[in-house]
Design a protein around this ligand. Structure first.
Ligand code: ATP
Length: 506
């Protein structure tokens, strides 16, 4: 991570705490690793992101419905899904720093460093050749770049082989051969690579009754698969159709050093799309396109997204791609789009003894549907939104401000209602306006401190508009509307307010 961006993450963490977005969990007891609480502004931003997703996936898609399955599920669910046997991460410790890493992440970070070297060569050449620079040709022919590319391909092939065969000794040899050092101690003094299951287990029922082992779900998807038939029958759903849900998932993550990017308790927004076998590649491409367009429509910068196709397919997938976002730590997975075949439904058929089929009346046959999944972490989306929105600006008068240029539909508050001063009947008038608007959208009222300070506060929590009520308001029924991003102020009548604001933030 570049120094400057490391600072950005630190600033976002500090800002999130100072302005009530995210707090460390149970902070009075010094917190709990990789667990966080959302504060008054964070909770609302989270609700808005969830709603923005739900509207796109459920409300706007006629053939997708939403459910809300329980966190606890029958333990056999996780045997069938493969999580009991295969939901493992390869972990490795550095004996000097005593820090623990995911072996695959160490190798991926090493690859990212080599990619960085390629980018440097490209930037140097672009500068040297100016307008006549042909990047594609350079990357394909420059001997140094070709050597780096070959090195990356070699590492990726060895990592894939080691992961596919579960050969952890090969993984360690790869780390040693590449001379990968611990980022903390700088040493190559590694332990062996070991497998570590990420599921949290607990017991249901009292011990006297013979308690049963259950797991906190590590993904929400299985709640959808076990309800496939319930929803298909009761909703009279016709293939192709989807089932969506949002909810908590739990993973005992090995490393937990990146704020809300990797948490042990987090929230997912998932959708399983049930299709006819054989049509999965077309639907996979369609969902990749739909999802990337959804992200880009938010306006966080199209250059901040890219696809990363998986080399190491999970046991259930025949194609998989991540939408990566340019986080302060670099491009990292934000959402996964997976072609899950009929793996899950078939596995649940086998373990439950119940048929999970679809009768296709056009083809006059029954089959187990194939599935395309879209899976996004709500907390990661939250971090993406914060990191693209956080800005430090130098103003013309020499002062500075921190502004969160949150997309208006996501902002915790859309409108701040501020009486210029807290007397002369201005608070009463402001409350009147607030009482009108608060049934339309999220509003916040503030009368403490100078108007300048209050504007800065609203900028810092990302409120797109502030309405200021002054003495002129009492005379002619107009108020000032201030735009968060441009800081431009416009005088408009109270009657026109509602229509104008609705048009701006919807
Ligand atoms: P990673 O490789 O980063 O561990 P993953 O490939 O295991 O992620 P999936 O199982 O595909 O992730 O989960 C789908 C989505 O859930 C991810 O794209 C991510 O946004 C989110 N997610 C997964 N694990 C976490 C976590 N520990 N904390 C926050 N979000 C997570």
């Amino acid at each position: 991570m570049a120094k400057q961006d490391e600072n950005l993450l630190k600033k976002i963490i500090a800002h999130s705490k100072e302005y009530g977005f995210v707090f460390p969990s149970s902070e009075i007891y010094d917190g709990l690793g990789a667990v966080y609480d959302y504060g008054q502004n964070g909770a609302q931003l989270k609700i808005n992101i969830r709603q923005y997703w739900w509207k796109a996936m459920v409300q706007h898609e006629e053939n997708i419905v939403g459910i809300d399955a329980a966190i606890f599920m029958h333990p056999t669910t996780w045997k069938a899904s493969g999580h009991v046997d295969a939901f493992n991460d390869p972990l490795i410790d550095n004996k000097d720093s005593k820090k623990r890493y995911r072996a695959d992440n160490l190798i991926e970070d090493h690859i990212a460093k080599i990619e960085g070297k390629i980018n440097k060569e490209v930037a140097k050449a672009a500068k040297r050749f100016g307008d006549s620079f042909d990047q594609a040709q350079f990357v394909d022919t420059n001997p140094r770049v070709m050597k780096y590319k070959e090195q990356i391909e070699g590492i990726e092939a060895r990592m894939k082989a080691a992961l596919d065969s579960g050969n952890l000794a090969d993984m360690k040899t790869l780390i040693e051969d590449e001379g990968i050092v611990c980022p903390i101690s700088g040493s190559r003094n590694w332990t062996d690579v070991r497998q570590f299951n990420l599921m949290f287990g607990t017991e249901i029922g009292s011990l006297a009754e013979g308690a049963n082992k259950v797991y906190l779900r590590p993904e929400t998807a299985q709640g959808i698969f076990v309800n496939y038939l319930n929803v298909q029958k009761t909703g009279r759903m016709k293939i192709p159709f989807g089932i969506a849900q949002t909810g908590k998932a739990f993973r005992n993550e090995i490393i937990a050093r990146q704020f809300i990017f990797r948490m042990r308790e987090f929230e997912q927004m998932e959708m399983q799309f049930f299709i006819k076998p054989g049509e999965e590649m077309a639907w996979y491409e369609k969902w990749k396109e739909k999802r990337i367009n959804w992200h880009k429509a938010l306006g966080l910068g199209e250059e901040n997204y890219r696809f990363h196709d998986h080399l190491n397919l999970a046991h259930y997938a025949n194609a998989a791609s991540d939408i990566e976002f340019n986080f302060p730590m670099g491009f990292k997975e934000l959402e996964g789009i997976h072609s899950r075949t009929d793996f899950d439904l078939k596995a649940h058929e086998e373990h439950s003894g119940k048929k999970l089929r679809y009768f296709d009346s056009e083809e006059d046959r029954s089959y187990v549907p194939y599935v395309i999944e879209t899976s996004i972490g709500l907390d990661r989306m939250f971090l993406a939104v914060l990191s693209a929105s956080y800005k430090e600006e130098q103003l013309e008068d020499g002062s500075e401000r921190v502004v969160m240029s949150l997309p208006a539909p996501l902002a915790p508050y859309k409108v701040g209602v501020l009486p210029l001063i807290a007397k002369d009947g201005l608070p009463e008038k402001a409350r009147e306006i607030m009482n009108e608007l608060k049934y339309e959208t999220e509003c916040v009222y503030e009368e403490k401190d100078s108007i300048g300070k209050r504007y800065r506060r609203q900028d810092a929590i990302g409120t797109p508009f502030c309405i200021t009520v002054d003495h002129q308001t009492l005379e002619d029924g107009t108020v000032t509307v201030r735009d968060r991003d441009t800081m431009a102020q416009e005088r408009i009548s109270i009657e026109a307010l509602r229509a104008i604001l609705l048009q701006k933030y919807r």
